[in-house]
Design a protein around this ligand. Structure first.
Ligand code: LHQ
Length: 261
C-alpha cells in the first residue's frame, strides 16, 4: 500500500509510503488519500488526523516520473483533470476536516508536499526536515492551495521569498518564519509528534472543529461578520457534553476528560 492508514487511539495516521521515491504523489497514493480523508472526516470516533511520510522524506510533491513518458515525447501535460480529481479534493478535505489535522514532517517536503503540509492546521517537524516550494524549479506556479495558505501562514514577504528565491528552508528558519509550530531533534521526533497528536485527539473535538472553521471563515470576513459567526458557534458549543465536563472539571479542580461530543 502506498498509503498506510492506521488508528492510534482516537487519531488516524495517514502515512505516505513510497520511501524509495521520497513519497512522491502518484495516482494511487492521491486516490487513497482522498478516500482516507473522506473516511476520517465522516467517522466520529476519529478525533485527529496526522499526515506523515515513511522513510527519510515527508513528501516531494507530484510524482514527476509518472508524467515522464509524455514529457519525453515533448507533450505538454494537461493538469486540469489531475488538479480537479486529486489535489483540490485533498486540500479541501484537509482544510475542512472537522477535527485537527497535523502534518508530521520528518524530512524533505517539496512542491505539492509543502502544499499538503500547509493545508493542515499544524506542522510538527523534525530538525532533519527541510522545505522547498520547488514549483518554480519546473516553471509552475504553487498549487494545491499553497498560494492561499503560504502568505497566510508566513506573511506575504516570506511567501514571496520562499516562492521566488526558492532556497531550501531548514528547521531553524521554518520555526523562525512560522512555517512550523514545533521542531524536535530527529531522535525524539516520532515520540513527541505521537504525543502531540494524541493530546489533540483527546481534546474537545467539536469545539476544535468550530474553532478552525471560524478562523478559516473569518480570514475573508469583516469584524461584524466574525462576531456573528462566533456567537452562532459559541451557542452550539455551550450545549455540548464536553463543555459541561470542562466547566465541571474546573469547578472540581481536576483535569477534564473530553469525549468529543
Ligand atoms: C522523485 C521525485 C518526484 C518522482 C524525488 N517525483 N520521483 C505538479 C503537477 C501537477 C499538479 C500538482 O502539482 C505539481 C507540483 C509538484 O509537486 S511538482 C514536483 C515538485 N517536486 C520537485 O520538484 C522535487 C524533485 N526532487 C528533488 O529535487 C530531489 O529529489 C530532492 C531535492 C527533493 C531530494 O534530493 P536527494 O536527497 O538527492 O534524493 P534523490 O533526488 O536521489 O531522490 C531519491 C529518489 O526519489 C530518486 O529516485 P531514484 O530511482 O533515482 O533513486 C528520485 O528520482 C525520486 N524522486 N522526487 N517529485
Amino acid at each position: 500500500m502506498t498509503l498506510s492508514v492506521e488508528r492510534r487511539g482516537a487519531a488516524t495516521w495517514l502515512t505516505m509510503n513510497r520511501p524509495e521515491a521520497l513519497n512522491a504523489l502518484d495516482g494511487p497514493t492521491k486516490q487513497a488519500l482522498v478516500e482516507a480523508l473522506q473516511e476520517a472526516a465522516e467517522d466520529p470516533a476519529v478525533r485527529a488526523v496526522a499526515l506523515a511520510g515513511a522513510g527519510r522524506a515527508f513528501c516531494v510533491g507530484q510524482d514527476l516520473r509518472e508524467l515522464e513518458h509524455g514529457y519525453r515525447e515533448g507533450r505538454a501535460p494537461d493538469f486540469a483533470a489531475e488538479l480537479e480529481g486529486h489535489y483540490v479534493p485533498i486540500c479541501k478535505l484537509l482544510a475542512g476536516m472537522p477535527k485537527p489535522t497535523v502534518a508530521v514532517v520528518n524530512g524533505v517536503a517539496a512542491g505539492a508536499g509543502v502544499s499538503l503540509a500547509l493545508a493542515c492546521d499544524l506542522r510538527l517537524a523534525s530538525d532533519a526536515a527541510r522545505w522547498r516550494l520547488a514549483f518554480s524549479g519546473i516553471a509552475l506556479v504553487p498549487d494545491a492551495g499553497s498560494t492561499w495558505h503560504l502568505p497566510r501562514v508566513v506573511g506575504l514577504s516570506r511567501a514571496m521569498e520562499i516562492a521566488l528565491l526558492g532556497d531550501w528552508v531548514d528547521a531553524d528558519q521554518a520555526l523562525q518564519f512560522g512555517l512550523v509550530n514545533r521542531v524536535w531533534p530527529a531522535a525524539d521526533f516520532a515520540r513527541e509528534a505521537e504525543a502531540a497528536v494524541a493530546a489533540l485527539a483527546a481534546g474537545p473535538t467539536l469545539a476544535f472543529a468550530r474553532t478552525k472553521a471560524l478562523f478559516r471563515d473569518h480570514l475573508g470576513t469583516d469584524l461584524a461578520g466574525a462576531l456573528a459567526g462566533e456567537a452562532e458557534a459559541q451557542v452550539a458549543s455551550g450545549q455540548t457534553k464536553d463543555h459541561l465536563e470542562g466547566v465541571t472539571a474546573f469547578l472540581e479542580k481536576r483535569p477534564p476528560t473530553f469525549q468529543g461530543a
